[in-house]
Ligand binder design. Structure first.
Ligand code: ADP
Ligand code: TZD
Ligand code: MG
Length: 584
């Protein structure tokens, strides 16, 4: 600057088209800048062009048949990668279809961002009846960890940065980002646009626990006669696998893995107390919780499960809780030693305090556990060895157990009631973050979305064990699996219904609410899309089909015919089911 500005030259410069960018490109550039490489979604107004442009820009755009599956895929992608999983939907109904998954992500502490296009603000706010009109931001707020809307192209960088930080920092959760239709076409100067983008620095900052909190926890643990460690999916999420394994092994303390923490240490580990769960919970005197909440899945830390006299009474345990959320402690029972921070930092600090001279737990405790455990394992082996006709859950899952043992890198997706509970207890996991399931809500419908995400994110073989009811919630995504040619082997435990297939309508008019078409051939569904369908009526047929699926990596659906009388009402959680007292 500072030289003489000759009028003719200035005019020429002004005549040159100024380089511009628009909302579409800024959204894509902001996501790319932050290392987002995969989007799960479903196109339509106003985001159709965005989906095309994302793909053209080199991001992976995985297009689903229903937003709920896209949302579940995004949520579990977040869990597996520690980067927010992105779900992209259209307005009102598309947004609402994605919202269940957003709430699910928040509930499970998975980082996810639901990005929805929305209709014209001034029309929506005056409720003048726009195309797909809805105040999406207001609706999302109640179910998300945070919710934002961007109105101006210049703010896209900030909007996406805030969404990423909110999703992954502290306790992870679901974040909603509202992008109105008009934003996408807004054009601004390209350099201004570029300068407005933010590459988020340290999106999930470590949170170091206070040394006195760590010392308090170690003191408590040292004095324990019957210590127990409980590993939850927060521990799996944290990716501090080596330190967690060291802590368990150096202290010699028996441990339980919550469902999605299975495999953090191999389920066959000698310190695993899973096969003696009902013995260790009431007996333990000090319990170290790592990334596990004392919610319904742990009977709220009290009641008979924990040795309390009745369902409200506390047992005698003292609790140490390692968690990133300071509000989690005391949510259900007293936490004597909260250790607040990220699990990586907390476990490292505990490990440093444990050192090398740690006194292992008394042999009376560990041998009493081993005795129960061995007895239960032997009993289970007997049941698994039986070969009834038709197959039951045990004889079918004995096959799945072998296939997973032979393929420890494979991802295991699991939903249903009996199909879930039996799989959890029968199929051992060997590596961290390989088992993904119904999570905190016990939700049905995650199945095919999780399969797609697991295959896309990890590139590994996916094995899904699905109740026939559970499968129905997302079954159409079998087309998605075939379209992207993903290495997914779906095994449907077909017992003709919800829990079992034996109910009848006492009036004789309709099918009972819990039963489906008898002897349905789910394997035919995948054949419509070019996948491999197999009807398996024996463990040998199931084994052959699973081995072939894993070898070929072809999309495969196996209809495993299970005795319709084999299941129990609500699987393992029958006690939570209010049953009618009045008898007819
Ligand atoms: P589970 O269902 O396996 O018992 P929960 O979902 O109940 O596990 O608990 C997970 C816990 O882990 C949550 O309380 C959450 O705040 C915590 N958490 C998640 N990620 C981290 C992390 N990186 N560091 C510390 N705590 C975490
Ligand atoms: N809807 C949603 C979204 N989540 C739920 N958990 C349920 C309904 C209720 N539900 C369960 O809790 S398990 C289940 C339902 C409908 C299905 C059980 O039948 P299944 O499994 O065929 O999947 P089993 O092997 O027959 O028990
Ligand atoms: Mg069933």
């Amino acid at each position: 600057m500072g030289t003489v500005t000759e009028p003719a030259v200035t005019a020429l410069a002004n005549a040159q088209p100024q380089e511009t960018t628009d909302g579409f490109h800024l959204v894509i550039d902001a996501l790319k800048l932050n290392g987002i490489d995969t989007i799960f979604g479903l196109p339509g107004i106003p985001i159709t062009d965005l989906t095309r442009m994302l793909q053209a820009a080199g991001l992976r755009m995985i297009s689903f048949r229903h937003e709920q599956s896209a949302g579940y895929a995004a949520s579990i992608a977040g869990y597996l990668t520690q980067k927010p999983g992105i779900c992209l939907t259209v307005s009102a109904p598309g947004f609402l279809n994605g919202l269940t998954a957003l709430a699910h992500a928040t509930t499970n502490c998975f980082p996810m961002i639901l990005i929805s296009g929305s209709s014209e603000r001034e029309v929506v706010d005056l409720q003048q009846g726009d195309y797909e009109e809805m105040d999406q931001l207001a609706v999302a707020k109640t179910m998300a960890k945070a919710a934002f809307r961007v109105l101006h192209a210049e703010d896209i960088g900030v909007g996406i940065a805030r969404a990423i930080r909110a999703a992954v920092s502290g306790r992870p959760g679901g974040v909603y980002l509202d992008l109105p239709a008009k934003l996408f076409a807004q054009s601004i100067d390209a350099a201004t646009g570029k300068a407005s983008l933010i590459k988020v620095v340290d999106p999930a900052p470590r949170q170091i626990p206070a040394p006195d909190a760590v010392a308090r926890a170690l003191d408590l643990l040292k004095g324990a006669k019957k210590p127990l460690i409980v590993l939850g999916k927060g521990a799996a999420y944290a990716q501090a696998d080596a330190d967690i394994a060291s802590l368990v092994e150096k202290t010699g303390i028996p441990y339980l893995s919550m469902s999605m923490a299975k495999g953090l240490l191999p389920d066959t580990h000698e310190q695993s107390a899973s096969a003696a769960r009902s013995y260790v919970l009431p007996e333990a005197d000090v319990v170290l919780l790592i990334g596990a909440r004392l919610n319904w899945l742990l009977s709220h830390g009290k009641g008979k499960t924990w040795g309390g006299k009745d369902h409200k009474a506390w047992g005698g345990q003292k609790f140490i809780q390692v968690d990133i959320s300071p509000q989690e402690a005391d949510s259900n029972v007293r936490i004597d030693a909260p250790v607040i921070g990220d699990i990586g930092s907390c476990v490292a600090a505990l490990l440093a305090g444990v050192g090398s001279g740690w006194q292992k737990p008394p042999a009376e405790w560990t041998s009493a556990i081993a005795e129960r455990k061995n007895k239960n394992i032997a009993k289970m082996a007997e049941t698994l060895a039986k070969d009834p006709s038709p197959m039951n859950f045990h004889s079918a899952l004995n096959v799945v157990r072998d296939i997973v043992r032979a393929n420890p890198e494979a991802m295991l997706v699991n939903e249903g009631a009996n199909a879930l509970d039996f799989t959890r207890s029968i199929v051992d996991m060997y590596k961290p973050r390989k088992r993904i399931d119904v999570g905190t809500w016990g939700i049905m419908g995650i199945g095919m979305g999780y399969c797609v995400a697991a295959a896309v994110v990890t590139g590994q073989q996916v094995i899904a064990v699905e109740g026939d009811s559970a499968f129905g919630f997302s079954g159409m995504e079998v087309e998605t699996i075939c379209r992207y040619n993903l290495p997914v082997c779906i095994v449907i435990m077909n017992n003709n219904g919800v829990y079992r297939g034996t109910d009848v309508d006492p009036t004789g008019r309709d099918p009972a609410p819990t039963v489906f078409v008898k002897n349905a051939r789910y394997d035919k569904i995948i054949e419509a899309f070019g996948g491999v369908g197999v009807n398996a009526t024996t463990p040998a047929e199931l084994r052959r089909a699973m081995e072939e699926a894993v070898k070929s990596r072809k999309p495969t659906l196996i209809n495993a015919v299970i005795d319709e009388t084999a299941g129990t009402e609500s699987g393992r959680i029958t006690s939570l089911n209010p049953s009618a007292k009045k008898k007819a």
